[in-house]
Write a protein that binds this ligand. Structure first.
Ligand code: Z5A
Ligand code: MG
Length: 209
């Protein structure tokens, strides 16, 4: 019986890091095996590739947009076999951002969608994408908003549009404007059944099937 791959996506400050932690704790409290150090975040800023990405995001270096896109993807490939191994051991893996963020930010900056998708083709596909939907007004009120490169209304609106394009009926869209506990309850109600379903689905699919 394998674990489930659960990806959290959403625009900036929508609470992905907060809720991936809360959700992981809730899984553990329910006796569900979770991968060590979960949730795993992308970008994974401490790996060699992640350090270059971090320097870019904090405005310490400049990179060509296409090179940056490939680095974000490489940062996921660095973890791909660890994700598959954990799932095969029966552990659920919770991811804070994934390939959908990769595409959304790059396409919002003007790169072609099909080119952007190619780099992530073959990565383990999630069993579900939990999309935290935060209104721009609520985002602007959250702590530290605006401290990184893309945190402005124009970019966030463009990113949200691409996420909408990528959305399928398998995504769980959760209204993230509410308080932390309410948002977690909404996530638990909709995402818990996925964990049980993955146990009876041995095959781990790949992007973009
Ligand atoms: N990026 C990319 O371009 N390509 C890629 O392939 C990938 C990423 C993977 C950094 O990502 C940037 O990289 C990002 C996209 C780009 N763009 N920018 N800028 P990141 O994931 O490292 O970003 P981050 O620094 O973690 O921020 P975030 O993800 O935008 O925030 P979040 O994780 O969604 O939110 P949070 O940290 O959980 O919460 C934000 C604050 O709000 C915090 O003070 C919380 O305590 C508070 N909070 C959380 N929930 C609530 C509720 N419900 N009510 C009130 N306050 C709340
Ligand atoms: Mg975060």
């Amino acid at each position: 019986m394998r674990g489930a791959l659960i990806v959290f996506e959403g625009t900036d400050r929508s609470g992905k890091s907060t809720q991936t932690r809360n959700f992981t704790n809730a899984l553990q409290a329910a006796g569900i095996a979770v991968a060590e150090h979960s949730p795993w975040s992308f970008p994974h800023r401490t790996s060699p590739v992640g350090q270059v990405i971090n320097a870019y995001l904090t405005n310490k270096t400049h990179l060509h947009e296409r090179a940056l896109h490939l680095l974000f993807s490489a940062n996921r490939w660095e973890k791909a076999s660890q994700i598959r191994q954990a799932l095969r051991r029966g552990e659920t893996v919770v991811l804070d951002r994934y390939a959908y963020s990769g595409i959304a930010y790059s396409v919002a900056k003007g790169l072609p969608l099909t080119w952007c998708k190619c780099a992530d083709e073959g990565l383990p596909a999630p069993d579900v994408v939990v999309f935290l939907h935060l209104s721009p007004e609520a985002a602007a009120k959250r702590a530290d908003y605006g401290s990184e490169r893309y945190e402005n209304k124009h970019m966030q609106t463009a990113v949200a549009k691409v996420f909408e394009q990528l959305r399928t009926e398998q995504w769980l869209v959760v209204d993230a404007d509410a308080d932390e506990a309410t948002v977690l309850n909404r996530i638990l109600d909709s995402a818990m059944p996925t964990v049980a379903k993955a146990r009876s689905t041995p095959h781990i699919a790949s992007l973009w099937n």
